[in-house]
Design a protein around this ligand. Structure first.
Ligand code: DAH
Length: 367
């Protein structure tokens, strides 16, 4: 690093050389500066009153100069000081600008880069199929209703002609809300085991005619296996009017199945039992995998059981008689279907749990 030399020779040539050496050193040092803090050290080294390079020049060159040379040396030293000060000021401007540039460069945003795409979710397959089923009936003029998931024994069972302690209750293993022993049985709360209670709720609210579908969640104390879940979804249907017959039930459901599974699907109705319908039926569709020839999926029968239905039992109308449901004047049909089951058939899903696990690898197939 440059140090101020002692001068023995005070000739103009020697003074020129000494000044040139100093300026060269200044230039070299300033070229090596990169930051504001480098600059401060550099400035102090050259300009500090105590022992800065210029102070040393003053002490070693001017003060030590012999009398006759003092005037000449004084002028040169002053010029040199002015030069050095101006140069250092200029270096400051450059350093400042280049460190600002560096800061800007570091903060640079490349606005031409593609942004982060947040995938927008899609409707869950079960809800999608539920919407689809509802839409098929809406197109036939049905309205859409809902009911509570926490239901009373009265709506879930009694008014649907499941008398207390009737064995038909055993087909729906029910989750009751605890601590209600003090209440009369019909007021006890439970998680609805089917959407059928909304049939009664609808008829209490509205005199006939009725055409309504009711989508919703239902609960049963069933252990989880490949085809059962303790929580699942149903779509209920109810049509009540004068002169509703089993033909209307068959025609309506046959149309709905063709709308859902394609026009080549066939339906058939098999005798069954539900307390709230008489007669009751299980509706089957021709196997959507083999077209009815028989395969593993339909257990080689050619048919797949899909929903329960029937003509509304007059005993059910008794509970809403005051609201215009006189079974000697009106009749109706009802049906209820499991949405997961239909979704599994439509999309060939073999495990019901896949619907509830929230695994994107499964769900993104429906995007
Ligand atoms: N609620 C019945 C169940 O969950 C399904 C059902 C059968 C609904 C016949 C109906 C019906 O409306 O008429 O098993």
């Amino acid at each position: 690093m440059y140090t101020v030399p002692k001068l023995d020779d005070y000739s103009p040539e020697a003074l020129d050389r000494a000044a040139a050496d100093l300026l060269r050193a200044l230039e070299n040092e300033s070229a090596a500066l990169h930051s504001e803090s480098d600059y401060k050290l550099f400035r102090d080294r050259w300009l500090a009153r105590k022992n800065g390079v210029l102070t040393q020049v003053n002490d070693t060159w001017l003060k030590a100069a012999p009398g006759p040379a003092k005037r000449e040396v004084g002028q040169r030293v002053n010029a040199l000081k002015a030069h050095v000060e101006a140069a250092i000021e200029g270096v400051h401007g450059q350093i400042h600008a280049s460190s600002a540039d560096a800061k800007l460069a570091a903060e640079r945003l490349d606005i031409t880069l593609p942004g982060i795409q947040r995938p927008i979710g899609v409707r869950h397959p079960v809800l999608r199929v539920m919407d689809e089923i509802v839409a098929v009936f809406q197109a036939m003029g049905y309205s859409v209703g809902e009911g509570p998931e926490v239901e009373s024994d009265y709506y879930n069972f009694e008014s649907l002609n499941f008398p207390p302690n009737h064995p038909a209750r055993d087909t729906q293993d029910t989750l009751f809300i605890g601590g209600q022993e003090a209440k009369p049985a019909r007021e006890r709360l439970l998680l609805r085991t089917h959407t059928s209670p909304v049939q009664i709720r609808t008829m209490e609210r509205q005199p006939p005619p009725v055409r309504i579908v009711i989508p919703g969640k239902v609960h049963r104390n069933d252990p989880l296996d490949a085809t059962h879940s303790p929580v699942f979804h149903q779509v209920e249907g109810l049509a009540v009017d004068t002169n509703i017959t089993f033909c209307d039930l068959k025609g309506t459901l046959d149309h709905a199945m063709k709308a859902l599974f394609g026009s080549s699907v066939k339906t058939r109705f098999y005798p069954s039992f539900f307390p709230f319908t008489e007669p009751s039926a299980d509706m089957q569709v021709s196997c959507i995998f083999c077209g009815g020839k028989g395969c593993r999926k339909c257990k080689f029968s050619g048919w797949i059981e899909l929903l329960g239905c029937g003509m509304v039992d007059p005993n059910v109308f008794e509970f809403v008689k005051e609201n215009g449901y006189d079974s000697s004047k009106i009749s109706g049909f009802a049906f209820g279907m499991g949405v997961e089951r239909i979704t599994m058939l439509k999309y060939e899903v073999e495990e019901i749990q896949l619907f509830y696990e929230g695994d994107v690898r499964f769900l993104e197939q429906f995007a």
